[in-house]
Design a binder for this molecule. Structure first.
Ligand code: PLP
Length: 395
């Protein structure tokens, strides 16, 4: 059964990867400049100079045996202390290295966390639209994903539907703010209400319900919007973070799991995280990038280009008649398809070399995701193609 499932996962690529591969083929055929690839969330902003400087310094000045060698399974103490200090400085928290487990980006953080806290047959709630890999990670951990649609007007949590979805089998709820694909940021009020609902369900069902907060876009927000820090709202919180987006290092695979010290018996949960990391083979995150963290944990790439891209694309597309909730963060627009079938819309967009991901795999029909972590120039050049596409539907 499991072998068959793995075979199926390996045979059918995600819709995002499918479109990305199609784009690469098209670029080889007609030239990269003629394809408007909005398929994948690969940051186009370079990592900060300080990252490059620190990596060069590590490589030229430090003992090569030490910097390329295994660290402890949970990550080096210096790197974990640096991450804790950065969080404490920004959020006034009191984390220590003992609450952190360094791992290979948010994907590994989620896989490890789910394996650590979900028993076979238990349920994990995800809010649609969601990152499609959640389903894969939950099922691999033996759990069952339970989808709760978000409010379509603003993609915030629909608490009535959340209440309906919670059962005695609910082991965890995953939130992702800023959200991929909607760009929605959960407000402090939403987190307060979520905390109340979860705490009440914990009492009602007499069990622990974890909040798994997936936060790879935490720093990418617009117009002064703040991302409330989840551990300050709910005790039983596990944070999954990645430097893929904030430091533009998606290929280097570095991130962490943070177990909130506010939860009762956090030590046992942390031990389960270590055990899951061991069981899944996610021990000792890439060492060079761990060693970079003491110098770079508190900085980000120049994220201003995403604000510029968002303003340009959101302004132009809504002017053309497309409809979209204005995103407060991340680097995606989740645009309503002008025809009910988003796959048909995405196919039609290909005629103009526009690569837009149909939203069905994000758990919401009738939308496409436009990933705008591309050059502003690409967006400018793509606007006439979007215009022609819009005109097809205006006819
Ligand atoms: N979670 C969300 C919401 C994402 O968008 C991504 C990547 O795009 C991930 C997790 C995985 O991130 P990483 O590349 O750090 O594994």
């Amino acid at each position: 059964m499991e072998k068959k499932r793995m075979e199926a996962l390996g045979t059918h690529r995600s819709v995002i990867r499918e479109l990305f591969e199609y784009g690469n083929k098209r670029k080889a055929e007609i030239g990269a400049e003629n394809v408007f690839d909005f398929s994948i969330g690969n940051p186009n902003v370079p990592p900060p100079e300080a990252v490059k400087r620190e990596l060069c310094r590590l490589l030229s000045e430090e003992d090569p045996v030490a910097i390329h060698g295994y660290t402890s399974a949970v990550g080096s103490a210096a790197a974990r202390s640096a991450v804790a200090a950065d969080l404490n400085r920004r959020y006034g928290t009191a984390f220590g290295p003992e609450h952190l487990y360094l791992t290979c980006g948010a994907a590994a953080s989620l896989s490890v966390s789910l394996s650590a806290v979900v028993e076979r047959g238990e349920e994990v709630i995800i809010f649609a639209p969601y990152f499609p890999e959640y389903r894969v990670f939950i099922e691999t951990a033996g759990g069952t994903p339970v989808t709760v649609p978000s409010r379509e007007s603003d993609f915030q949590i629909d608490f009535d539907r959340l209440q309906e979805a919670m059962t005695e089998k609910t082991a965890a709820v995953i939130i992702n703010s800023p959200n991929n694909p909607s760009g929605a940021v959960l407000s402090a009020e939403s987190l307060r209400q979520l905390s109340q609902v979860l705490s009440e369900a914990e009492r009602r069902f007499g069990r622990r319900i974890f909040l798994i907060s997936d936060e790879p876009y935490r720093e990418i927000v617009f117009g002064g919007v703040e991302v409330p820090f989840s551990t300050q709202y709910y005790r039983d919180t596990i944070v999954c973070y990645s430097y893929s987006k904030s430091l533009s290092l998606p290929g280097e695979r570095i991130g962490y799991v943070l177990v909130s010290p506010e939860m009762d018996g956090w030590e046992k949960v942390y031990a389960a995280i270590c055990g899951a990391g061991r069981a899944l083979g996610y021990i000792c995150a890439p060492a060079l990038f761990q060693h970079m963290l003491p110098a770079c944990a508190g900085i980000t790439s120049d994220l201003s280009v995403y604000a510029e891209n968002r303003a340009l694309l959101y302004g132009a597309l809504t002017e053309m008649g497309f409809s979209c909730v204005p995103p407060d963060g991340a680097f995606y627009l989740f645009v309503k398809s002008p025809e009910p079938d988003a796959k048909a819309f995405s196919e039609r967009a290909k005629k103009y070399e526009l690569l837009l991901v149909p939203g069905d795999d994000f758990g919401v029909a009738g939308y496409v995701r436009i990933s705008y972590c591309v050059s502003t120039e690409q967006i400018r050049r793509a606007l006439p193609a979007f215009k022609k596409l819009a005109e097809e539907y205006a006819k």
